[in-house]
Design a binder for this molecule. Structure first.
Ligand code: MG
Ligand code: ZN
Length: 370
């Protein structure tokens, strides 16, 4: 009898305790960690940057990369709604809208319905916004943050989504999709100028010398079509990113959202060209270091680095030495392997673990309270 009674008594008195002293009970549990809301979000996307691409960059650079400064690391599952192997459009739309969609979709769901992007959320919440790419600025990755189109190659239509978007800063190639267009007479550069933008291009200005005025939104078109490779002399990614961070910081008192893409790591993979991958990887790594420097100097800045997918089925094989890699490819296309995610700044620990690519959107939305 006693043996049954005493646990009962304990249970009853515990019940009484919690009922009579609910506050006391709360004090005995660990209080939830106060999550600091990021002020700025820098999303860095290395297109086609799988672990082998990072590894090849690392060993080719005397075993050091800026990426090593990240301490919070996870993986995402990159598949799209219609293929285990994603393309860059569905891959970027997963980040921008939090939706798995079909390969080729730009900011639209599987039913081609436009979905609200992180850049649009940031605009609606009064943040400044920016996009920088080493492809054209209407290419799948940047396009998925600003445009809505059922098909990624509708470049002129995608450029037509820039006016009215409110974007504060953009740098990338593709001038021909903005003016002297094939399908209509719209001059998107002029339309943007009418909205107050300072629009410049590679013809008339040097991107390395830009100092945009934070009182005016700014766009720079770095090539008529695709920008050069880093190997062939393209050198604007770092200055465009640095000028952009300085500009966006001054542009809004509420903070900013900026996406910076190392676009051509992917093209090196498609070309099965290891040297192309490595030079693009190291060009991008400089920007990664700069973003981390900015985040250290400006607390409240969350930096997330990831890729949309891996390209080439790239691997570093036996016979390699650090200064002379032997590499192999299994495809001219993309592969389905898990993709690393690196985070730094407020909320960075949320990016640990293994999750869907769409969770990157979910985590940013939750941290920002949107
Ligand atoms: Mg891309
Ligand atoms: Zn690709």
């Amino acid at each position: 009898m006693k043996a049954i009674l005493s646990p009962l008594l304990v249970a009853c008195s515990l019940l009484l305790l919690t009922q009579c002293h609910p506050l006391k009970e709360q004090h005995t549990t660990t209080p939830p960690i106060q999550q600091v809301k990021p002020r700025n979000v820098i999303l860095l996307i290395g297109d086609g940057m799988g672990l082998s691409q990072i590894t090849a960059g690392l060993y080719s650079n005397h075993n050091r990369l800026q990426i090593e400064r990240f301490k919070q690391i996870g993986f995402h599952k990159s598949y799209s709604s219609d293929d285990l192997v994603t393309d860059s459009a569905a891959g970027a739309t997963a980040f921008s809208c939090g939706k798995k969609t079909y390969n080729g979709a730009i900011g639209v769901d599987p039913d081609t319905i436009p979905c609200k992007t992180l850049l649009e959320e940031a605009e609606d919440h009064g943040l400044a916004t920016g996009l920088v790419a080493t492809s054209t600025i209407v290419h799948a990755t940047p396009a998925s943050f600003i445009a809505h189109n059922p098909y990624r190659r509708n470049y002129e239509a995608i450029a037509g989504d820039f006016p009215g978007s409110g974007i504060d800063y953009f740098v990338g190639g593709g001038l021909k999709f903005f003016q002297n267009r094939e399908k209509d007479d719209r001059n998107i550069c002029e339309e943007l100028r009418k909205e107050g933008y300072l629009i410049q291009d590679y013809f008339t200005n040097d991107i390395n010398l830009i100092q945009p005025d934070p009182k005016r939104p700014f766009g720079f078109l770095t090539a008529n079509e695709d920008p050069l490779t880093a190997e062939n002399g393209r050198d604007y990614l770092l200055p465009a990113a640095q000028a952009g961070l300085t500009f966006l910081k001054q542009r809004s008192s509420k903070g900013f959202f900026m996406m910076i893409e190392g676009s051509q790591i992917d093209w090196g993979g498609h070309a099965n060209n290891s040297q192309y991958i490595i030079t693009e990887m190291l060009d991008f790594d400089k920007v990664i270091g700069d973003a981390l420097d900015f985040a250290q100097a400006n607390p409240g800045t969350l930096v997330i680095l990831t890729a949309d997918h891996e390209t080439g089925g790239y691997s570093i094989i036996e016979g390699s030495r650090m200064d002379s890699l032997v590499t192999a490819f299994t495809t001219k296309g993309h592969s389905a392997s898990l993709i690393p995610v690196f985070a730094f700044g407020p909320g960075a620990e949320q990016f640990q673990g293994i999750y869907e690519n769409t969770a990157i959107y979910d985590k940013i939305m939750a941290l920002m309270g949107w």
